[in-house]
Each structure stands twice: as C-alpha cells, then as structure tokens.
Ligand binder design. Structure first.
Ligand code: ASP
Ligand code: MG
Length: 269
C-alpha cells in the first residue's frame, strides 16, 4: 500500500485535479494499491481564516468570502462530475455542508468572537469540501473511492490550532478503518478530533502529517508527498534560480531542514 498526498496547489483548479486523477489512474493500471490524502483547494484555508476573522469583527464581508468559497466548489463539481445523478447528489451534500459553514459564520458574526476551537471547526470545511468533491470526481473516472473524514481516525488533545496526536488510539482507529473494504480511501488532510469529538487541526501544512500518520498506522510500503516541485530542492526555487533537486536525504537532514523553515515538509511529518 502506498499513501499519496497532494497539497492545495495540486488540487487548485479542475484542470489540476484532472492531472492528479490521471496520476492516480496510472497507479491503478499498475495495480499499485493506494490511499490518497488531499489538502483544501489552494488558498481556501487562508480564506476561511479571513471569513472567520471578518465575522468576529462584525464585518459582513465574511458573506462575500463565503459566497466565493461556495461558488468555487460548485464550479469544480460542475467541471468534474458529468453524470446527472451523481452531480445532483454531490451538489446537495456539498450545499448542506457549505450551509452549515454559513450558519457557523453567522453565529461568529453575532457573538463577535472566533475562539481557536471555533477556528479549527471553520478550517475543517476546506479539506472536507475538497475531499468530498475529488472523491466524486475519482468515481466519475472509474476510480472506486470512498471518503474518510480524518476526524474519525486521528485523535488528538485539545490544543486547537496545532493539536498533539494520541498515537496509540490513532493507529488503532486507522488500522480498523483500513480493514473495511477494497475501495480507494480518500482521506481529509490536516483535520483531526479530540476525544469527545471536537474538531482539531494538526497545524498549518499539516496534511503531510496526516499522510505520514496513515502510512505509519498501516505500515505502508511508501508515503509519497506530491507537490509542484520535483523532490526536495537545495533552496526555494522561486528565490534561487539555480536551485536543484537533492538526490537523497536522511530523515535527520529532512527533519532539520523542515524545522529550520523549509516548507517542503511539515516538521512533525
Ligand atoms: N490546508 C491546510 C493549510 O493550508 C493544510 C495543508 O495544506 O497541508 O495549512
Ligand atoms: Mg504543505
């Protein structure tokens, strides 16, 4: 089993999602079993933060931001789910989810505060929406997939915004979720929950960590973190033109790099 992770920029538009589905199709053709973790569409986590912050200030601009969120996801469904019945179903379930977000933001607007606990719940809509939609797009393409909300399997403390994982419980839940059936599991990155069910998050960039937790829990053969650059480079290629790919990196080196700020992997990963 391989655990694959695709970040926000890899799923930032219907075209990018189609390319990801082509990659996944290649794995299926080669009969490599895989599970896939997705982040929210690019920019969505930031815009969810802005929505909640605007609402908490009593600024009704949160409604425009919410409308943009809603529309972007509806447009993605239109572009990726051709079958009428499947499309109606996913439009309905996404709209329900998005309606819950709108109500939550309205609550925040009325009480004029967004606690870290509320923030984590608001942020969870990004990964839930992307995974729900991409799973449907995969099905439309003949990749038989099921959606898994990581809050059911990744358990943490209540350190909202950057929760610490309860490894024993998490690995146990992961293993039992992976026993179930042969469908390709599409798992939400970044989000988790505390015992009792409150939504938590693993910290910004945390989808990498979700993938590594799954891989460790099921003793996967490999974890693959797909991104828009090839491997780990010697420097940020946006800043350093002649940056090149490092052929091999030890865990210690990778850990050191990420702790010193390289965005390519999230430190706890
Ligand atoms: N969507 C989250 C973030 O923007 C998690 C991730 O992308 O890894 O931080
Ligand atoms: Mg990242």
């Amino acid at each position: 089993m391989h655990v694959l992770k695709f970040g926000g920029s890899s799923v930032g538009s219907p075209e990018r999602i189609k390319s990801v589905i082509d990659i996944l199709d290649g794995y299926q053709k080669k009969k490599i079993e895989f599970t896939v973790v997705f982040s929210a569409f690019s920019g969505v986590t930031d815009s969810l933060i802005r929505m909640a912050q605007a609402a908490a200030k009593g600024d009704d601009q949160y409604l425009d931001l919410w409308s943009a969120f809603h529309k972007r996801h509806l447009d993605t469904i239109q572009a990726l789910v051709p079958d009428a019945t499947a499309k109606t179903a996913i439009l309905k379930s996404f709209s329900e989810m998005s309606g819950t977000l709108k109500n939550l933001l309205q609550g925040t607007f009325l009480v004029m505060e967004a606690s870290p606990r509320t923030m984590d719940y608001v942020l969870s809509f990004g990964e839930r929406a992307s995974c729900m939609i991409i799973k449907e797009a995969m099905n439309a393409h003949g990749l038989v997939a099921e959606y898994i909300d990581a809050r059911e399997i990744i358990k943490t403390d209540k350190n909202f915004g950057s929760a610490r994982v309860d490894f024993n419980l998490t690995y146990k839940l992961i293993r039992s979720a992976f026993k179930s059936n042969k469908k390709i599991k599409v798992v939400t990155g970044f989000i988790s929950s505390a015992k009792g069910g409150l939504t938590t998050t693993l910290g910004r960039g945390g989808s990498d960590y979700t993938a590594s937790l799954l891989a460790a829990g099921i003793h996967a053969d490999a974890i693959e973190i797909w991104t828009d650059v090839d491997g780990v480079l010697t420097a940020d290629p946006r800043l350093v033109k002649n940056a090149f790919t490092i052929p091999k990196l030890s865990y210690i080196e990778a850990m050191e790099m990420s702790h010193f700020g390289a965005k390519v992997i999230y430190p706890p990963t």
